[in-house]
Design a protein around this ligand. Sequence first.
Ligand code: HEM
Length: 204
Amino acid sequence: MEKVKIYSRFERFWHWTQMMLILLLIITGFEIHGTFEAFGFETSVRLHSAAGWAFLILTIFAIFWMLVTGQSRQFVPVRNNIKSQIMYYISGIFKKEPHPVKKTADSKLNPLQRIIYFGLIILVFPVQLITGFSYLFFHYPDKPFAFEGLEAIAVLHTLGAFLLVAFVLAHLYLITTGHTITSNLQAMITGYEELDEETETATN
Ligand code: HEM
């Protein structure tokens, strides 16, 4: 086993800030939707808009960081090992087989994670931001651009919210599937992870 630096300081800051914002957006969003009561409708509306702005600013910083450091390449989907990764999650994991793909600082996402994160970054986040800000600026009568007929925007925004809830649930499970039950979590806290050199093969 070898201790390897996987996540930089910025990446960890980005991850945990994003986690808090997305949780807040989910809780306040579904209160606005009428699913449950948490902070009270008006407070939730205010918190939701504030978290929406914070999420936009964080996303701009993250895009800047990805482009400057070249880390955006880590999120590009690859063809190799998709099947072996699926088989690992379906059966290998329960037989304590080794992870089929080696995790390194230069390739920290497995082929399935690459597809999911790419989809989030290219599709779900932009859809939530564009529909969220359309809602904010065009929905309310006191806004200069307000107009009727935002149903499609509202449906897309709510659909995106359900996808994010599904993502968070799957993500929570997958956090526990590292070398030990807490190794993935520890890596995102400390930046370092204990990795096994011999039993795995590289993604690409
Ligand atoms: C990224 C995660 C996000 C999630 C999970 C989320 C979730 C939700 C949900 C479930 C609703 C209720 C939709 C309905 O019942 O029609 C909602 C409404 C809304 N969202 Fe989001 N949202 C997110 C991001 C954003 C962003 C980035 C903004 C931008 C400011 C935003 C602005 C709004 C606004 C203005 C409303 C309508 C509030 C109202 O009707 O008073 N949301 N959101």
